[in-house]
Write a protein that binds this ligand. Structure first.
Ligand code: PLP
Length: 374
């Protein structure tokens, strides 16, 4: 069965009485036959049927043998980092989601974990660093944020494996529907469900997938024990979002291509950044590891155009954090992301990131046009 059909016809432990939509199961305590009983659901932090349904659907999307949800993408990232020990080294690509950078530096560093940035666009050089530094974990996001560059998951996975390091890939920027890192050799995949899969900007959620049983058990233990679990209402909103995600993403991606093309001809735009368009190597990577470019585009204004006053003139498109929802939103990464104190890879001040929504592309273009030309 195709992925699009599996997203609509969801399977899970609650769909037993002819339910077509997964019910929200709210009980957090369950009657026990004897005090020593270990069977049954026991407690809401340990087990919830709506959450379990979401986990089985998400594991299917990611081609993962084991899938565990978390209360947010950040909680999922934290759970992976909690697999580390004192003196562990994490080698990560230089362009990294600011929240992951904060988790690694501000939270994990005091526990003796060291995070080392390396440029993974040059895989051979990055491979030399992996062999020299011997990290426990290699961390990538592809496409990257906000440059939307692609990294070679399969090549990096092979090098990590040879050096006995785990490879974790955050696939949030395009979602598991467009890229399944486990298929290309990653050990762990992470996705913020808050973005494309929920798609309506009304639930926070995270997912960790793996094919390694031992890792899955540890990750589930960490998420249950720290209480970073996905709540059943958010799980149900995410399951509802997944039903329409393949068609939403397809439509948004198509509009993004139209908007990107228009931007690329505008005299005030220096460069438009779209996944898989940077060079021939990334065009090849797009074909090999992704099934679409997604709905995100970044663009760099020429020096004499001010990015902040430009986006303040937008009427339809909102200035907002996040991406992947039904409304088109725009972000100025240099001022809206918290780059303070973490200055190794500041984004270009002229760069804007657009998450194209489900409006008619002509309306999106008209709004950008009036803001750019005022
Ligand atoms: N990973 C990436 C690439 C992100 O952009 C984000 C949030 O913007 C996250 C993870 C964190 O997700 P959440 O906001 O659900 O905690």
């Amino acid at each position: 069965m195709k992925l699009q059909t599996r997203c609509v016809h969801q399977n899970g432990p609650l769909l037993t009485d002819g339910d077509i939509v997964t019910p929200v199961h709210t009980s957090v305590i369950f009657a026990m036959r004897t005090p020593s009983s270990v069977s049954g659901a026991q407690y809401g932090r340990i087990h919830n049927k709506t959450r379990a349904s979401a986990e089985s659907v998400l594991a299917g999307i990611h081609n993962a043998k084991f899938g565990i949800t978390a209360s947010s993408g950040s909680a999922a990232i934290t759970a992976v980092c909690l697999l580390l020990h004192q003196k562990s080294i994490v080698l990560h690509h230089t362009e990294l989601y600011e929240g992951t950078r904060r988790i690694l530096r501000t939270i994990m560093q005091p526990f003796g974990v060291t995070a080392v940035p390396v440029n993974f666009h040059n895989v051979s050089l990055a491979g030399n660093e992996i062999a020299k530094i011997k990290p426990s974990l290699v961390w990538l996001e592809t496409p990257t944020n906000p440059s939307l560059r692609l990294l070679d998951i399969a090549r990096i996975a092979a090098i990590a494996r040879k050096n006995e390091a785990l490879l974790a890939v955050d696939t949030t920027m395009c979602s598991g529907l467009l890229q399944q890192p486990l298929v290309h050799g990653a050990d762990i995949v992470v996705e913020s469900l808050t973005k494309n899969l929920n798609g309506h900007s009304d639930a926070l959620g995270g997912f960790v997938g793996t094919n390694n049983k031992n890792l899955a058990q540890k990750l589930r233990f960490l998420i249950q024990t720290t209480g970073m679990v996905l709540d059943p209402v958010s799980a149900s909103l995410i399951l509802r979002g997944i039903k329409t995600a393949p068609v939403r993403i397809k439509a948004q991606q198509q509009s993004a291509q139209t908007v990107g093309k228009w931007l690329s001809h505008h005299p005030l735009i220096r460069q438009v950044l779209i996944p898989g368009k940077m060079n021939s190597e990334e065009r090849l990577l797009l074909r090999r590891q992704m099934s679409g470019r997604g709905q995100l585009i970044s663009f760099i204004l020429k020096q004499h155009a001010d990015p902040i006053s430009t986006i303040e003139k937008l009427r339809l498109i909102c200035i907002a954090h996040s991406f992947g929802g039904t409304e088109t939103i725009i972000q100025h990464p240099a001022s809206m992301m918290d780059w303070s104190r973490l200055t190794e890879d500041l984004p270009d001040r002229q760069l804007l990131r657009l998450s194209v929504g489900l409006e008619h592309p002509e309306d999106i273009i008209n709004d950008l046009k009036q803001a750019l030309e005022q």
